[in-house]
Design a protein. Structure first.
Length: 115
């Protein structure tokens, strides 16, 4: 018998500490709402740095079949950062990974999708 219930997504939130390309108000509001929600998530200071260091947490995030939600910037940039960090997305990964772009979406739009 298979379990058809939706799986809780793995959630990664990027503070974008070094590039400073994401509006501070958006980053701060999304983080505050995540913290107050009780939702399980991992906050990292900078996804670009994780990629440059080949951080093993990138691989851990990709393991399994759970949906993955990444709160960061442009999908193409996030996908490239994972690739650069040694984690190329397969076609199946494309279907389970959602990237929420704090450069273009409001905190309300993002939080509606993750909370």
């Amino acid at each position: 018998m298979s379990d058809s219930s939706p799986k809780n997504p793995k959630l990664l939130y990027c503070r974008c500490a070094f590039a400073q390309v994401v509006p501070n108000d958006t980053k701060n509001e999304v983080l505050e709402r995540l913290c107050n929600s009780g939702t399980s998530f991992e906050s990292v200071s900078d996804l670009c740095e994780m990629s440059a260091r080949n951080d093993p947490r990138l691989e851990q995030l990709m393991e399994g079949e759970e949906p993955v939600k990444i709160v960061a910037c442009h999908r193409r940039a996030v996908k490239w950062l994972f690739h650069s960090g040694g984690q190329t997305w397969t076609e199946a990964d494309e279907e389970r990974i959602e990237v929420l772009n704090m450069r273009e979406e409001s905190a309300d739009e993002i939080c509606d999708k993750i909370l």
